[in-house]
Every structure is written in C-alpha cells, then in structure tokens.
Design a protein around this ligand. Sequence first.
Ligand code: NDP
Length: 327
Amino acid sequence: MFKAVVIEKNDQGYRSSLQELDDSQLPEGDVTVKVSHSTLNYKDGLAITGKGPVVRKFPMVPGIDLVGEVEESSHPDYKVGDLVLLNGWGVGEGHWGGLAQKARVKGDWLVPLPSKFTPAQAMSIGTAGYTAMLCVLALERQGVKPEDGEILVTGAAGGVGSVAISLLSHLGYQVVAATGRPDDADYLKSLGAVDIIERSQLSEPGKPLAKERWAGAVDVVGSHTLANVCASTRYRGVVTACGLAGGMDFPSTVAPFILRGVTLVGIDSVMCPREERLEAWQRLAKDLDITKLEAISQEVALSEAIPMAEKLLKGEVRGRLVVDVNA
Ligand code: NDP
C-alpha cells in the first residue's frame, strides 16, 4: 500500500483527497519509482482544485514532477537503486503522477538525477525551474548576451520567475523583475534582480509599440502583459513566452515583430525532447546557485498538498513548494 493524492470526478462533483492505494492499481510502465519528493506547480494547483482543465482521466494522481529511487525496472537504462527524476510528459494529467509514495512510468520519460542535487533540491527546481532554464537556453540560442541590456522577468516572485532571475543574474545578465508583490523587493534583489517594476505597469491594454527597453524577456503571465513586453522590447530583442498566469489571450499587434524584428519564442516543458531536457538539467547543475534554492523553497508534507494548492492559485506562495511524500 502507498499514500497518494487522488482526484476524482463523478456525480458528487470534483474532489481531491489523500488516499491509500494498492500497488496493483499503479498504471502501466517499465519503471516503478519509490518517490521521495514531488512539487506543487501552478498546473498542479489547477489540477487539484479543478480550476483548470488539466486532468484528462479520472481517478488521477496529480504531480507533474517527481524524484525518487528505482524500485523495479525492465528499461535498459535504469536499474534498481538508481536516482531518477521526471518532469511533465503528461504525468499528473493523463498518467498518474508524483504526489504519491510510488509511481510507475515509462523509463524514456526519466532523467538521471544530477549528482550535484539532492532529491529535495531537484524538486525545489522542478518543472518551474527546468522551464526557467529552457527560457534561458532559448535566449542564448537567439544570441542574447549580457552586454545587450536589461532582461525582464514577469511573475517574478513565482516559481519560474524566481529561478529565472537567479539563473540570469548568475550568468551576468541585468535582470529587472516585474511583480505584484513589491514588498518582496528584497527577496527578488537577493535572487539577483537589479530593479523591480510593479506588474500593473504591464497588465493594462497598451500601445502596439512602446519605448524600447528590454534586450530579452521571460514572460510567465501572457495576455496584455506579454503584449506590452513585446511592444517594449528593443530592436531584434527576444521574448520567451511560457505561461498564462494573467490570461491565455495575446492581444498584441504584429508591430514589434515586423518593425523591430522582435522574436517571440514559445517554451513548452511537457513534451520537450529528451536531449534538450538533459541539456537543461546539466546547465541547472552548472549555473544555478544552489544556496539560492533554499531561499526560494519551502517543504510541505503530502497531507498539506491539497490546502497548499488553493494558496498557490491565490498567489499566496512565494517561490517553490517541495512536497516530501513520506512526511
Ligand atoms: P507561480 O504560481 O509560482 O507563479 C506565477 C506568478 O505569476 C505569481 O507568483 C505572480 O507573480 C504572477 N501572477 C499571478 N497571477 C497574475 C496575474 N493575474 N497577473 C499578472 N501576474 C500574475 O507559477 P509558476 O511560476 O510555476 O508558473 C508560471 C506560469 O508558467 C503558469 O502560467 C504556468 O502554467 C506556466 N508554466 C508553463 C510551463 C511550460 O511548459 N510552458 C511550465 C511551467 C509553468 P508576482 O507575485 O511576482 O506578481
């Protein structure tokens, strides 16, 4: 038997609860993982509360991230005792996920845990941190260099935003943080932000083109914020779009793209090819200041995952939430 958060949808409605499950109920897969930690991402919050159509099959164990030890494997790359991690691939959406003491998954979805990180540290990075790294890799691939000018990070005090600030500042970029929590300015500066702007400056409908400021941007907010970020990006600057915390729409014009040669790069972590994942985790091991991880993480027990999901969606959680599934 093992404990898991289970989401059910039936005549009585949509409900998440902590349950005891039997190993025989685990889904198909060639690797069984004894999970040690998972995380709570924005998407897990949507799944647990039912506030977004994340879950595609019921009953579902949520948790888009997990880390743990291989308990059984018929996959050639993994043997009993290996430490592995998993981000995305529809886990916690269409296949049982990490908010459980056990998971059975496809070995092809797994990444070996980089030796630099403890399991808990890897989950304090989680999908949010790995997505932040994908954004940084995209900026680099498009040729954005520290000397090109300021990089804007929106949703700065959230999971993706916090790790993005930390990574970019470590790499020598001048990072400006846009936040709705100006009281967190000291926290954002401790991560490496050189300047803070109020998120309301970006969230209202704006002009097709605004004063050029950003050499690059990491946007987790979408909607008018993303439109305004594109409108204020410098000639040939690069905007990476990975989130929709402020809305799924994109009320922009083509002006930034056809008049200033701005590049908008879409970032998807879920189906991202394995090679790029391995690169992202290697770069996280190299470029993420591990001491800053402590400042942006808090650990909760599996039994606290459901109430914390509500708080996460209300924007009441700062940085990353690590779930110790055995606590
Ligand atoms: P968090 O909840 O940790 O952070 C989101 C942050 O966005 C908040 O902390 C807040 O920052 C800001 N925010 C929240 N609501 C609004 C709003 N209405 N208007 C403007 N800003 C707002 O989430 P994550 O960092 O984990 O994820 C951020 C986004 O990225 C989500 O939309 C998530 O779905 C998406 N995502 C996408 C991935 C991909 O593969 N494309 C992978 C991972 C995440 P502040 O308090 O500083 O204002």
